[in-house]
Design a protein around this ligand. Structure first.
Ligand code: GEK
Length: 243
């Protein structure tokens, strides 16, 4: 049972930029489930990708791990031996809770290190799989390609990247329609119009979505050979890229 997300349920005189603080960490499972269409499927599928692509004795990265949902899904499915999952988040509140959740996990065949760090600053090595579920979108646009290059360069042959993001569309009408339906889905999940609008304003300068073609072109530029969209629900998608 997780706490209900009511962070934007009261009128705010000024909506501050969104932060992954203690209040968000406390309600995060409920927030993300009611705010990201397909989230639970994407997490499960990240585990299935890990089962298939984890190579023995390598590192797997969960970047922007929040409370570790992706890490746990990967850990549950990995059968390759001596793998290590490195889960990284720069929010100390997220990392604190994530460490507790990982400690409670009974499945310990794959080791997990939870790092409090900026994903742009860490060293990557022996990388057979990297998952970025809804994290790249929070980086300044100019930092996205250098980070993907760093990840690609650390990857061993046959490594895989799973990249899930909120996206926008070149065709303005399609963007507006999908955002509209997305907001209807949030209302269906119990958020009020005010909550939806205040959250939208809080994210405006913080979450900057790319288009699907921008993602694909950038992945190809850093060297990924094949890249495939495997999930989309309105303005949320997940793709997989192969070294
Ligand atoms: C999940 N993947 O449950 N370095 C490290 N962490 C960062 C950075 C950065 N530069 N920028 C943002 N974050 C998770 C969900 S949430 C997505 C990911 C969302 C972290 C930030 O602190 C937050 O915990 C996470 O990325 C994004 O599958 O809430 O929409």
């Amino acid at each position: 049972m997780t706490a209900k997300d009511d962070i934007f349920s009261k009128p705010l005189s000024r909506v501050e930029d969104f932060k992954f603080d203690q209040n968000v960490a406390a309600v995060f499972p409920d927030m993300i489930k009611r705010s990201v269409p397909g989230y639970e499927n994407v997490i499960i599928m990240s585990g299935l990708f890990a089962e298939r692509f984890a190579q023995s004795g390598t590192n797997l990265y969960d970047l922007g791990c929040s409370l570790g949902a992706t890490t746990l899904a990967m850990r549950q499915r990995i059968t390759a031996e001596n793998c290590n999952i490195i889960a990284v988040d720069k929010s100390s509140d997220m990392v604190k809770r994530c460490r507790e959740i990982i400690l409670e996990d009974k499945n310990t065949t794959t080791s997990v290190d939870v790092l409090e760090a900026d994903i742009r600053d860490i060293n990557y090595s022996d990388n057979s799989m990297t998952v970025m579920n809804y994290t790249l979108q929070f980086l300044p646009p100019e930092d996205r390609k250098p980070l993907l290059q760093k990840i690609y360069d650390s990857m061993i042959p046959n490594a895989v990247l799973v990249l899930s993001e909120k996206v926008t569309f070149e065709e303005k009408k399609n963007s507006e329609l999908f955002i509209d339906i997305y907001h209807a889905w949030k209302a269906h999940n119990g958020y009020t119009e005010m909550e939806i609008q205040q959250k939208r304003n809080a994210l405006e300068n913080v979450l900057i979505p790319d288009t699907i073609p921008q993602h694909i072109q950038r992945l190809e530029k850093v060297g990924f050979k094949r890249c495939e969209l495997w999930f989309q629900c309105f303005n949320f998608m997940s793709m997989v890229a192969f070294k």
